[in-house]
Design a protein around this ligand. Structure first.
Ligand SMILES: [Mg+2]
Length: 267
């Protein structure tokens, strides 16, 4: 891999495209992390490409872009979630399918728009695929239907296995992974993951930015999702660890967006 030489003290000065994780990195809940807005705007002014990649299983990229704009992050153009590709992934692997969806209405919508039939919970025996996302209206009935359909052989597919959804003030909600694992354990199967750390969303982000992996950095707070996934496609990796680096698994660890700006040579 050929890299332009970085400015001393600014190891990311040659990075042309930055891909940011959102939950726990750019924001917590609906609050931007300190300095995030300023650093993103400065990177944009400096001509660096920006993309945002979240494992959100309840919103499309357009939804999230709207939320970022409302928080003043108007430089957010490329925003990707697993919902951009889950319908296509199902189609490519299993053809036009009858899909039992446990999750938000947005998840069912994107799967239906990709040409699949949505099967009702009562009709779970007809399902040829089970798609499970974070479900704020989860019921035991839905859990049962998904588990039985998956146990009967319908492949189990999910946006992500993230255990928690971080909120402001250090609080969290159970993540998509907590629900998927309940189904997987009951069914005795393993899920197929569409979002991070699997490669497709990272590759799509790089394609949107028009940069090669070696000229791009993945910035996030999760070692397994962001750092592991970014590294697997050849990106440089930056761990955002405001409470102190707990892991040195990334190419660089920053405690703040100010540190990130300095590393990018714009601080
Ligand atoms: Mg995160």
């Amino acid at each position: 891999m050929i890299r332009a030489s970085a400015v001393p003290g600014a190891p990311l000065s040659d990075v042309r495209g930055f891909v940011f994780d959102l939950d726990g990195c750019v924001w917590n809940g609906s609050v931007l992390n300190p300095g995030a807005g300023e650093t993103l705007a400065a990177l944009h002014r400096a001509g660096r490409g920006l993309a945002f990649l979240t494992n959100n299983s309840r919103a499309t990229g357009a939804d999230i872009r709207g939320r970022l704009h409302a928080l003043g992050v108007t430089v957010a153009e490329h925003v990707l979630t697993p919902l951009e590709i889950i319908g296509e992934v199902i189609g490519r692997r299993w053809g036009r399918s009858r899909v039992l969806v446990v999750g938000a209405a947005e998840l069912a919508d994107v799967i239906a728009r990709a040409g699949h039939e949505i099967v009702s919970v009562k009709d779970y025996r007809r399902a040829t695929v089970v798609a499970v996302g974070n479900d704020f209206d989860l019921t035991y009935e839905r859990l049962t239907a998904a588990s039985r359909a998956a146990a009967a052989g319908a492949p189990l597919v999910t946006p992500n296995l993230d255990p928690r959804l971080p909120l402001e003030g250090g609080e969290f909600l159970p993540g998509c992974g907590a629900i998927v694992e309940a189904v997987a354990v009951a069914a005795g199967v393993r899920p197929i993951v569409v979002g991070k750390p699997e490669p497709p969303l990272f590759r799509l982000a790089l394609e949107r930015l028009g940069v090669e992996p070696g000229a791009a950095a993945m910035v996030g707070d999760s070692v397994p999702s962001d750092i592991g996934g970014g590294r697997a496609v050849g990106m440089r990796t930056v761990l955002y660890a405001p409470h102190g680096p707990s892991a040195a698994d990334a190419d660089l660890v920053v405690r703040s967006f100010a540190e990130l700006a300095a590393a990018a040579g714009i601080g």
